[in-house]
Design a protein around this ligand. Structure first.
Ligand code: SAH
Length: 348
């Protein structure tokens, strides 16, 4: 038991411990120890960000996807998915509404949809950039050639979210069809960083075939890659995917990993994700109490919310943006935190 507490202290002091120690920490189901770990992680987050929680307005602008990831509800083989695309004007309206509500970061996320050519993405980015000059623009639209990323950056995009999903090539192969490779995923992340984006990687907790050893590899990769943002959330099965009858990831392990990731990457921007709020009604609050410092309320038009269904029972699909923001503000206040009205860049 003392080994665990020593590991938590070492993580706090030196942002690193051995793989064996990491494995012990993430294997532990001792509640008292977990509380200790959460408290350490939370104090590290408060040290860097105070009691402010950054908000990102999430705009899910297309659920068409040319990929076929086994876990994802909007994979191309899912014939039951009701597909939609937002027009440039609809996206700009979401931004305008978000701006009024105090958002200073917009995240454009979608499937890999060839309808949005690089030209169109750049046009959308340029218009958001000129209409909302004090806002950060984040893209999360998957794997592209380096030249595309360079064009998005040139157009004014600041950040890019691309979870690596798992850093173990074998495991990667069990989550994705053969045409997708871990090698290309990592190539994308390196290109994005090189081009000056603030970059986010991350993975699902409890994805099928994931072992605790795999997770240690992920933690090591993240530490080495040193991203600005780190998104993790539980895997949740979607009925219309090959993983329909797999088990969801656990709340406890997700929280432990948020804490460990915070301790290893003190200044990283770490969201308490919607998936975490989906597996537990207080998931996002618990995420913040374990060291997360970002929430990503939905700005997508209510008419399309349910259709961006990556996993079953996703929360916040019925509320207007203002309601979502109000609800999150109250949730954060209930645990002594406040939503921040700033771009929320990676601290220099
Ligand atoms: N097409 C973009 C955006 C993907 S959706 C891209 O490739 O980056 C964003 C994230 O949702 C994915 O990276 C994945 O980690 C997560 N996700 C997908 N399906 C999920 C599921 N069934 N349960 C939990 N998270 C899921």
């Amino acid at each position: 038991m003392q080994i665990l507490y020593d590991a938590a202290d070492a993580l706090f002091e030196s942002q690193n411990v051995s793989d064996d120690a990491l494995l012990s920490v993430i294997s532990s189901d001792d509640e008292k120890f977990r509380e200790y770990l959460f408290e350490k992680a939370r104090s590290r987050a408060v040290e860097n960000f105070g009691n402010k929680i950054y908000t990102r307005g999430l705009i899910e602008f297309t659920n068409y996807c040319k990929n076929d990831c086994y876990y994802c509800g909007i994979r191309r083989s899912n014939k039951n998915a009701l597909r939609y695309r937002l027009t440039k004007d609809e996206i700009l309206e979401c931004c305008a509404e978000g701006y009024e509500l105090g958002f200073r970061t917009f995240v454009l996320q979608g499937g890999e949809d060839p309808f949005y050519t690089d030209e169109l993405i750049c046009e959308i980015v340029r218009e958001i950039r000129s209409g909302f000059p004090d806002c950060a623009i984040t893209l999360s639209i998957g794997e592209k050639p380096r030249e595309s990323y360079a064009a998005y950056r040139e157009a004014g995009a600041d950040r890019y979210l691309l979870r690596h999903e798992t850093i173990n090539p074998k495991h990667y192969g069990r989550l994705h069809p053969p045409e997708l490779s871990l090698e290309n995923r990592v190539r994308c992340l390196r290109d994005l960083k090189d081009l000056g984006f603030q970059v986010g990687c991350g993975f699902m907790v409890g994805s099928p075939y994931q072992t605790l050893e795999n997770i240690v590899e992920d933690l090591r990769f993240i530490k080495d890659f040193s991203p600005h943002m780190i998104g993790i959330g539980p895997f949740i099965p979607h009925t219309d995917t090959p993983f329909a009858s797999e088990r969801a990831g656990s709340l406890e392990l997700t929280l432990v990993l948020i804490a460990v990731i915070r301790l290893m990457n003190p200044r990283a921007l770490i969201p308490a994700t919607t998936a975490l709020g989906t597996i537990n009604p207080r998931g996002r609050e618990l995420g913040v109490l374990a060291g997360a410092n970002v929430v990503m309320p939905n700005l997508s038009p209510v008419a399309v919310r349910k259709k961006y269904s990556l996993y079953d029972n996703k929360i916040c699909t019925g509320e207007e943006a203002a309601e979502c923001r109000g609800c999150l503000a109250r949730r954060m206040e209930s645990i002594g935190y406040e939503l921040s009205v700033s771009r929320g860049d990676y601290p220099c």
